[in-house]
Each structure stands twice: as structure tokens, then as C-alpha cells.
Write a protein that binds this ligand. Structure first.
Ligand code: NAD
Length: 353
């Protein structure tokens, strides 16, 4: 197995260190041969090479079977011209090069963390176990024309039929292995791109009669996620709406520090939903569980090793259940521990499985 590891900026290096402890253990425990190559991306790459995505990093990623990314960005690079910024010149460019078209974001509320969800004590109807499938290759983040000048600024939300069909098929296929329900989220009452989205999703649904489809406008979907998150199984949505709804989902389950994501394409990329968290970087308090759970997604989607994936989810849950929690999920209820202890504990529980 050949894996590219790009820790990036802010908390990226701290949480990646914990993730690599777990990967190291997995290699030994399951007798795997894992070859890791490290690359730089984002602000650290700008500081060193003058570009957020150096050629060397691109080559490492293109030769890998999977890419593990930390996070990128920070206030020190915010004033650069758009194309030189870590997010646009680094991450968006890399997503494009790896031809990533779908971003899968599991939103799962661990039983023992119910009391720290903002919905604690609200008689949650059903469990929260949602998979947000966000279109990643198109939409307003990539559409042209786009411009920014002193007088005006605009972006374009552009979707081709084929792009919608591709992501819709993936969503229905995945839903057949889950609770067989797809909620497609759009703004088809106003946006032309959403009108086409809805039409194409309806058409694809005919090929998956065992899956139930419903549609929600994004404003209602944002409300329903709070009122009754248990109603959702797979949420299928566009680049912009998925970006926003998944942070809302992260809040429901307690912290961005618990939410991993898998981006599917030519070479899959795995990264936490959250960013570089400059407010807590370097303090040893970042939650590395999202980064560790990226491994679970990598073993599920890239290497098709479901038992390893399940063991990682379980080891993280055991770590939480036994009271090893960073401040974001302690909420004054238990004494928090440092980032560096979490990877050690996940390894301990993983050994026991
Ligand atoms: P953020 O996700 O970095 O942080 C939002 C809040 O969540 C902060 O309070 C932060 O401390 C907290 N948080 C995030 N991850 C956490 C973790 N693992 N443990 C504990 N707390 C955690 O979002 P932001 O502050 O809006 O953005 C900061 C920088 O990150 C910006 O430069 C932004 O562009 C970038 N960003 C990068 C990515 C990415 O790399 N994919 C994604 C989103 C934002």
C-alpha cells in the first residue's frame, strides 16, 4: 500500500502524528506493507517553495494509492491573491488533479457523547447516522465566469448533467448498502442549476427502486437537521450546500474534531471535515479523532478492508467511552487530555480488538 501523507498547516501536523501512530500499529497488527511518502501543501509549502502545491507534492500524490491530508490555511496567508492561497491554489487544485468528484462525510453521534450534542435532552428521534455525499468537482467553487474587482464580484454555480448523474449514482449505490434512503438537497425553487439537479436525480432514482428518494430545499434541510436528524440516511447535495450542511452535522455530533471525510475519484483523498483551527494550533488540545477516523474511511473505500475500518471506529469509540477526550468533547464534564494521548489510547484499544 502506497500512501501520500500531507499534514499541512495549523493543527494538521499534530493530528496527523496521532493518525500515523494508529496506522503504524495497523501495519503490524494486520501484517500489511505500507509505504508512506510525505509531501507539503498549503501555507507551509508557500513559505518553503513559494507555491501552495509544489510539483514534488503532486508527484507523490499521483503515485499513491490513497492520500491522507491534514488541513490547510491560516490567517498569515489570507491576504494572498486568490490563486496563490492555500485553499484555492493548494486544496482545490489538488482535488482537481486527483479528479475527486464526491466527498463522503459520515455524521455519527457516539452514544456516550449524546450529552454534549446541542440536541442533548431533546428526545432525539432515532440515532444520528447520516452520510452526507457532497459533489466535489463542480458547482460554484469551480464555475466560470468568476471575478473579483473593486466594483463587483461574482461566482457561477454551474453543473453539467453528467456531473449530477455521476454523484447521484454513487449516492444511490451507497444507499443500497445502508438504510436505503436518499434525501437530495437543492434550491430548485430558485436556482436553475438546482432545477437540473432535481431532474437528473429523479431519473437516476428509477434505476434503484429499492431506495426511497425525497427532495428538500437547502434552507429546510438545514432546519430539519436540527429538528429531526434521525430522519436522514444519505444526504446527496452539491458542493456549496454540502460544505455548509456538513459543518452543521459536525456540530450535532459534538465537534468538528470527530468528523472525517473521504473524497472519491481517480486517487481517493481522506481529510478531516474541519480546517486548520488556528485558534488552537500548537496548544496540544486539537482532537485527532477525525484524522484517525480518516484511516477507517481509507481502509473502507480505498483498500476494501471493512474489518480494519470497523476496528478503528470501535477503538475510537472505546477511547471516548473510557474518558479520554480532548477539550472540545469534554465540555467541563471530565478532565480533558492532550492530543498526544489520544493516539496512544486508540492504539491500546485497537490492540485489544
Ligand atoms: P476550522 O474548521 O479550522 O475551525 C472551526 C472551529 O472548530 C474552531 O474553533 C476550531 O478550533 C474547531 N476545530 C476544528 N477542528 C478541530 C479539532 N480537530 N479539534 C478541536 N477543535 C477543532 O475553520 P475556520 O476557523 O473557519 O478556518 C481556519 C482555516 O482553515 C482557514 O484558513 C480555512 O480556510 C481553513 N480550512 C481548511 C479546510 C481544509 O483544509 N480542508 C477546511 C475548512 C477550513
Amino acid at each position: 500500500m502506497r500512501i501520500a501523507v500531507l499534514p499541512g498547516d495549523g493543527i494538521g501536523q499534530e493530528v496527523m502524528n496521532e493518525c500515523l501512530k494508529v496506522l503504524n500499529l495497523i501495519e503490524k497488527k494486520y501484517n500489511l506493507e505500507i509505504r508512506i511518502e510525505y509531501g507539503e501543501i498549503g501555507g507551509v509549502a508557500i513559505d518553503k517553495y513559494g507555491t501552495p502545491l509544489p510539483e514534488e507534492t503532486i508527484n507523490i500524490c499521483l503515485k499513491a494509492e490513497a492520500v491522507l491530508l491534514g488541513s490547510i490555511g491560516g490567517p498569515q496567508w489570507d491576504d494572498l491573491p486568490p490563486e496563490k492561497k492555500p485553499e484555492i491554489g493548494g486544496l482545490l487544485k489538488l482535488r482537481n488533479l486527483l479528479r475527486l468528484y464526491a466527498n463522503l462525510r459520515p455524521i455519527i453521534l457516539f452514544e456516550k457523547l449524546k450529552d454534549i450534542s446541542p440536541l442533548a435532552n431533546k428526545n432525539l428521534k432515532g440515532e444520528i447516522d447520516i452520510l452526507i455525499i457532497r459533489e466535489l468537482s463542480s458547482g460554484i467553487y469551480y464555475g466560470y465566469p468568476r471575478a473579483l474587482n473593486q466594483a463587483e464580484a461574482y461566482d457561477t454555480m454551474h453543473y453539467q448533467r453528467s456531473e449530477i448523474e455521476r454523484i447521484a449514482r454513487l449516492a444511490f449505490k451507497i444507499a443500497t448498502k445502508r438504510r436505503k434512503k436518499v434525501t437530495s438537497v437543492d434550491k430548485a425553487n430558485v436556482l436553475y442549476s438546482s432545477m437540473l439537479w432535481r431532474e437528473v436525480v429523479e431519473k437516476v432514482a428509477h434505476d434503484y427502486p429499492e431506495v426511497t428518494l425525497n427532495h428538500l430545499y437547502v434552507d429546510n434541510a438545514a432546519m430539519q437537521l436540527i429538528l429531526n436528524p434521525g430522519q436522514f440516511d444519505v444526504i446527496l447535495t452539491s458542493n456549496l450546500f454540502g460544505d455548509i450542511l456538513s459543518d452543521e452535522g459536525a456540530a450535532l455530533v459534538g465537534s468538528l474534531g470527530l468528523c472525517p471525510s473521504a473524497s472519491i475519484g481517480k486517487i481517493n483523498l481522506y481529510e478531516p471535515v474541519g480546517g486548520s483551527a488556528p485558534d488552537i494550533a500548537g496548544k496540544g488540545v486539537a482532537n485527532p479523532m477525525a484524522q484517525i477516523l480518516c484511516l477507517a474511511l481509507m481502509f473502507e473505500y480505498s483498500f476494501k478492508m471493512q474489518s480494519i475500518s470497523k476496528a478503528i471506529w470501535r477503538a475510537v469509540e472505546m477511547t471516548i467511552n473510557n474518558g479520554f477526550r480532548t477539550p472540545d468533547i469534554s465540555k467541563g464534564k471530565i478532565n480533558p487530555v492532550e492530543t498526544s494521548l489520544i493516539g496512544d489510547q486508540v492504539c491500546e484499544y485497537l490492540k485489544s480488538l
